[in-house]
Ligand binder design. Structure first.
Ligand code: ADP
Length: 607
């Protein structure tokens, strides 16, 4: 019997909480996770506290912090000198990476600052320039699998925007758009739209607790027809690394009598170079407001198709491509390996398999045969949109296409029991944020995960190469392979979720080794990642090296022009300011693995 944990906060209690409708589900998810936990909630910290930013004395740091306290109020500047607690998805830390890959104490900030307005963000940035202290902005800091709230440079000051800047500034029902601050989660935006009874959908990722703004600038995805979050944003307000303020898009044109421009959330590029892109996955600015398009609500129908053989994989991809290009597929559907039907039940691996090492294919087959999906190898989750007649037409074409694969089977949610995962997909694919995907983490005790996320063309031969690299290397490093493919008409995000026990240095070292080799092996074949954990950012950025790394040189030129003192998120996305470059900060070899178990990723040399 699971011991009950303290109740997770609701949205009424905390901006980062869960909606009332999910309170008991969140409690159960938390109980399940904690019942699987063998590691202590926190361990005594070994190093001097707080961890200092590079190149600064304790005296100078203390002086700078007291100045910051005067500017923002002492309650809004908090030192990171207490025991570190990983917590869980809803009660997550802003002190470090809860899913630590290196030691828990390595990727930590020195302090956290909570600005309450764009003006206060400007003031923090000016302070950082004056005292040469690196700052690292987060919106909500949930970024699970990609580094959480951890700064790349230990000892940076985290600017936690979400705690005090969490307003929905505008919902324009006629324009089907909204403007949000960094601390607005998918849960909060969804609940507000429901409260106002507006016929609008949001687009949510698999988990609904993330920041709408933070996810979009990290180029996250969701699953309605508006699943490309960055592509569906319209207008930003940004604090630049020198403290200056910029509005992009139509926001650059002042509205009448000092109002916001009336077309700020209507037309993306405005006039001149389209600058928004450089503020996504970068360290060129701090986004304080962002506009998004919403989707008018519509009819929808989710479904699942199963395919019997491992070898069906390339044929499935070939069938999806024209369906997606012709926009018959209504959203970005997911293709998953059947092993995930086991793990989305939320039951631990030990329930299915008592041996060590990856779960054998035969064992998966034995269990799957007794489950709703049956003895299959691949499972496709799709959703169609529109009125009943058009959904019917689309579904007929889709059924017809997939039926070319012998043994494929088609299911509607009504064919499957209420606890089946399809019901959670149906919600996500119609813009309802949920928590179900957390159940992955019950697979192992103390589970954390890393995402390996390469992009491949939607083409059988490419998909096979990337899949085979994953199969081979997961086997080599003894991890279960959990591939999910988010498939569009021309490209697929192949997402492998590497689940490891964060209390085991051996598992961490193997997870880090696996990531490193996956990135290198895929790049050799011409495939690159769309997003990665902060610790692998240098390696991934380094694979985009065409023409003597022209792209990185271009990024560095922009970085040095905008941030000459190198204070804003140094190293994020592999972009290092001049001050840090070539001084041992870039992680290009085995540094991550070597640092696990008492080492450090921080170079000894001075800046
Ligand atoms: P989420 O809570 O949605 O997962 P985060 O707040 O963790 O998102 O943001 C993901 C990453 O994007 C952060 O680690 C940070 O590097 C960057 N980021 C987040 N918010 C901002 C922002 N407002 N301005 C600039 N960069 C940001």
């Amino acid at each position: 019997m699971t011991k009950s944990t303290t109740p997770p906060p609701t949205l009424q209690q905390k901006y980062s909480g869960v909606p009332e409708r999910l309170a008991s589900i969140a409690q159960e998810a938390k109980d399940r996770l904690y019942s699987n936990k063998t590691a202590p909630e926190s361990v005594p910290r070994q190093r001097e506290l707080p961890r200092l930013p590079p190149n600064i004395t304790r005296e100078a740091f203390n002086g700078a912090i007291s100045v910051l306290r005067q500017k923002l109020g002492s309650g809004n500047v908090v030192l990171n000198d207490k025991p570190l607690v990983d917590g869980w998805y809803i009660e997550h830390p802003n002190t470090h990476d809860a899913f630590h890959v290196v030691d828990q104490e390595e990727l930590v900030c020195s302090a956290i600052v909570y600005p309450g307005s764009t003006t206060e963000v400007q003031s923090v940035v000016k302070w950082a320039n004056k005292y040469s202290i690196p700052v690292y902005p987060i919106s909500m800091g949930r970024n699970v699998g990609y580094g959480g709230s951890a700064p790349r440079v230990p000892g940076s000051v985290v600017i936690d925007l979400g705690r005090r800047m969490n307003k929905i500034l505008k919902i324009d029902a006629e324009n089907a758009s909204c403007v949000v601050e960094p601390g607005v989660s998918y849960f909060a935006l969804y609940e507000e739209i429901q409260r106002r009874k507006l016929p609008l959908w949001i687009d949510t990722p698999d988990l609904g607790g993330g920041s709408v703004l933070g996810n979009a600038i990290d180029r996250g995805v969701g699953y309605t027809p508006m699943g490309d979050h960055f592509a569906n944003h319209c207008g930003m307000e940004i604090v630049l690394p020198n403290g200056g303020l910029l509005r992009t898009g139509m926001g650059a044109l002042p509205g009448k009598d000092g109002t916001d421009n009336p077309t700020w959330q209507s037309f993306q590029p405005a006039y001149g170079p389209y600058s928004d892109g450089i503020f996504s996955q970068s360290n060129f600015g701090i986004v304080c407001q962002m506009g998004f398009w919403l989707m008018p609500e519509t009819g929808h129908q989710s479904y699942m198709v199963t395919f019997p053989n491992e070898e069906d994989f390339p044929s499935i991809v070939e069938i999806i491509r024209p369906l997606a290009q012709k926009r018959i597929l209504g959203n970005i559907p997911q293709l998953r390996h059947v092993v995930q039907e086991l793990n989305v039940t939320g039951l631990p691996k030990s329930h299915w398999y008592s041996g060590s090492g990856p779960i054998p294919r035969e064992v998966v087959r034995r269990h799957a045969s007794k489950m709703d999906c049956g003895n299959c190898s691949w499972v496709f989750y799709g959703t169609q949109y529109g009125d009943d007649a058009s959904i019917k037409t689309q579904m007929n074409i889709i059924k017809d296409s997939f039926s070319k694969i012998e043994g494929s089977k088609f299911f509607l949610p009504s064919d499957l029991p209420s606890e089946h995962y399809i019901h959670s997909r149906a919600l996500v694919c119609s813009g309802v944020p949920v928590l179900r995907e957390l159940d992955w983490l019950n697979w192992k005790p103390n589970a954390a995960h890393l995402f390996f996320s390469p992009i491949t063309p939607t083409r059988a031969e490419d998909a096979k190469i990337v899949h085979e690299i994953n199969v081979r290397l997961h086997q080599k490093y003894a991890f279960d392979l959990f591939p999910t493919l988010c498939v569009a008409g021309r490209e697929m995000h192949y997402i492998a979720n590497i689940i490891y026990d964060r209390s085991s240095d051996d598992e961490k070292k193997r997870a880090a080794g696996l990531m490193r080799e996956l990135i290198a092996a895929s790049a050799k074949e011409g495939y690159g990642e769309y997003r990665t954990h902060v610790l692998f950012a240098d390696q991934v950025a380094g694979t985009y090296n065409w023409n003597n790394s022209a792209l990185m040189r271009f990024n560095e030129t922009i970085k040095d022009a905008l941030d000459p003192n190198g204070i804003l998120a140094p190293g994020r996305n592999g972009i290092w300011p001049k001050k840090y470059r070539g001084k041992g900060w870039e992680i290009t070899g085995t540094e991550v693995g070597n640092a696990i178990g008492g080492g450090s990723i921080t170079p000894k040399s001075k800046l």
